[in-house]
Design a protein around this ligand. Structure first.
Ligand code: CP
Ligand code: NVA
Length: 316
C-alpha cells in the first residue's frame, strides 16, 4: 500500500489532512467499496475500541461492521452514563487503552476530550463526532458527491441551516479540495470564526470559493444542498429558540428549485441523518429521487474502511 503518511495518525479534524491525503482516501474508498473481500485481512489482529458518549446509529454500525469486514475486532463501549474524565482522568483512560487496543474511535461532547485522549494515548484516535467536527461524515459526503457527479471539478456545494460540526468538517474538506462551498445560516448561527478563517486560507490555496452568508437567495446554482438538524445532540435546552430562528431555512421543494436554477440536472439533497422530517427538511425532498441520504449513510462505511486501512492496515 502506498505510504500516505496516515499510518498511526489521529484523525480529530479534516483540517489536519492535506488535499492529497483526502484524494487518496477517496480513491481507496472506491476500491474498498468495489471489492471489500480484497481487504478482508487488512486489519487482521487489530482491535479498535469505540467509545460513545452520545447515541448513534450510522457511526456505530458502520465502524463495527466495517472493522469486522476488514478482519479486525471492534469493541463497543457505551460511555453515555458519564462523560470522559469523570470516573478517572482522560490521561489515565488513554494510558490504559493504549495497552490493549490498536485504535480508539470516540464520539464525545467536547473536542477537547479527544485532543486530551490523543495527547496521552500512543494509539491513533479517530473522531466519531464531537461538538466541533464530524470528519468521518465529511469524507463520506465528499465521496458521495464525487460518485454522483463523476468528478469534484466544478462542483458547488451549499450547506444551509446550522453552522455546526457537520458543516465545519464539510467546509474543511471542500475548501482543501478546491470545491466551491456556500454556507447559509441565520444570523448568530454561522460556523465558528476560527473555522471560517482556516477554511478561507485553504480556499485561497486550493482555488475554492467560500461564501458564508445569511441570505437564502445565495442557494442558487449549487449541485448539492446539504442540511442537518437545527438542534444537535446536547442542545435540547435551546430547541424552542432554535426552531424559531431557523424556520425560513427549511429545505423544501421551493428551495431545491432555487438551488437547481441554471443547472443541467436537479440539485442533489444531502443530510448526514438522523433527520427531523418536516423540520429542517420536508418529506417531499428527503424522499425525492434527488436525495442521496442513504448513499451517504452507506458510504460512511466505505470511507471509514479506507481510513482504517490507511491508519492501521497491513494488507494491500
Ligand atoms: N450521521 C451520523 O453520524 O449518524 P449517527 O449519529 O447515527 O451515528
Ligand atoms: N449535528 C448533529 C449531527 C448528528 C450526526 C449532532 O451533533 O447531533
Amino acid at each position: 500500500m502506498a505510504n500516505t503518511g496516515l499510518r498511526g495518525s489521529d484523525l480529530l479534524t479534516i483540517a489536519s489532512l492535506s488535499a492529497d491525503q483526502i484524494r487518496s482516501l477517496l480513491d481507496l474508498a472506491a476500491k474498498v467499496k468495489a471489492d471489500v473481500g480484497a481487504y478482508s485481512k487488512a486489519l487482521a489482529g487489530k482491535t479498535g475500541i469505540m467509545i460513545f458518549e452520545k447515541p448513534s446509529l450510522r457511526t456505530k454500525v458502520t465502524f463495527e461492521v466495517g472493522i469486522q469486514k476488514l478482519g479486525g475486532i471492534a469493541v463497543y463501549m457505551d460511555q453515555s452514563g458519564a462523560k470522559l474524565g469523570e470516573r478517572e482522568s482522560i490521561r489515565d483512560y488513554g494510558k490504559n487503552l493504549e495497552r490493549w487496543v490498536d485504535c480508539i474511535i470516540a464520539r464525545v461532547y467536547s473536542q477537547k476530550s479527544l485532543e486530551e485522549l490523543a495527547e496521552h494515548a500512543e494509539k491513533p484516535v479517530i473522531n466519531a463526532l464531537s461538538d466541533r467536527f464530524h470528519p468521518c461524515q465529511a469524507l463520506a459526503d465528499i465521496f458521495t458527491v464525487q460518485e454522483r457527479l463523476g468528478t469534484l471539478k466544478g462542483a458547488r456545494l451549499a450547506f444551509i441551516g446550522d453552522g455546526n460540526n457537520v458543516c465545519n468538517s464539510l467546509m474543511h474538506a471542500a475548501t482543501l479540495l478546491g470545491v466551491d462551498m456556500t454556507v447559509i445560516t441565520p444570523k448568530g448561527y454561522g460556523p465558528a470564526d476560527d473555522v471560517v478563517e482556516e477554511c478561507s486560507r485553504f480556499a485561497t490555496a486550493s482555488g475554492a470559493k467560500l461564501t458564508v452568508t445569511n441570505d437564502i437567495q445565495a442557494i442558487a446554482g449549487h449541485h448539492a444542498v446539504y442540511t442537518d438538524v437545527w438542534v444537535s445532540m446536547g442542545q435540547a435546552d435551546q430547541a424552542g429558540k432554535r426552531r424559531k430562528a431557523f424556520q425560513a431555512y427549511q429545505v423544501n421543494q421551493n428551495l431545491m428549485g432555487m438551488a437547481s436554477r441554471g443547472l443541467k440536472a436537479p440539485a442533489m439533497f444531502m443530510h448526514c441523518l438522523p433527520a427531523q422530517r418536516g423540520v429542517e427538511v420536508t418529506d417531499e425532498v428527503i424522499d425525492s429521487p434527488s436525495s442521496v441520504v442513504y448513499e451517504q449513510a452507506e458510504n460512511r462505511m466505505h470511507a471509514q474502511n479506507a481510513l482504517l486501512v490507511q491508519v492501521l492496515g497491513g494488507q494491500k
